[in-house]
Design a binder for this molecule. Structure first.
Ligand code: C2G
Length: 130
């Protein structure tokens, strides 16, 4: 069984998130998702998420192609998470292209093209303008 792991905040869940999770699952049999803690999201993006961790967790947990969830506390702990979950492949969107290549000695590392023209930041801006 090929175990796939991926990471993200998945704030204001949108079609780009759904598509990357589906495509990640299609690369194996079992999909494990590391959801960023509220603190990690603040460190990455300089803002609190719109949806707190427990809501983001509940949304991702409801997706039929997601098999397991855990909390991503730090970007630097990827190697630890990959080992702990026995993952065979790490999947990330290509906004992270090259960033996790040092993990190629642990598992396959695949960067998938992002869905164009949609992001949480843009959704927040559009709603603000209304
Ligand atoms: N994504 C995508 N298409 C979009 C927007 C996002 O394919 N239009 C992908 C991203 O590339 C990422 C995943 O959806 O792989 C989750 O996106 P974010 O929630 O923005 O993830 P991010 O905050 O970048 O966290 O350890 C890595 C990080 O935790 C990734």
């Amino acid at each position: 069984m090929r175990r796939v792991i991926t990471f993200g905040t998945f704030d204001v869940l949108h079609i780009g998130h759904i598509r990357i999770l589906k495509r990640a699952k299609a690369l194996g049999d079992y999909l494990i998702v590391g959801i960023s803690s509220d603190e990690l999201n603040f460190n990455k993006k300089g803002r609190n998420p719109v949806y707190p961790y427990h809501s983001r967790h509940e949304l991702i947990e409801s997706l039929r192609f997601v098999d397991e969830i855990f909390t991503e506390e730090s970007l630097e702990k990827k190697r630890e998470y990959i080992k702990a979950h026995n993952a065979d492949v790490l999947v990330m969107g290509n906004d992270w292209e090259g960033r996790f290549d040092d993990l190629k000695d642990t598992c396959d590392v695949v960067y998938l093209p992002r869905t164009p023209s949609i992001s949480t930041t843009e959704i927040i801006e559009i709603i603000k303008e209304r």
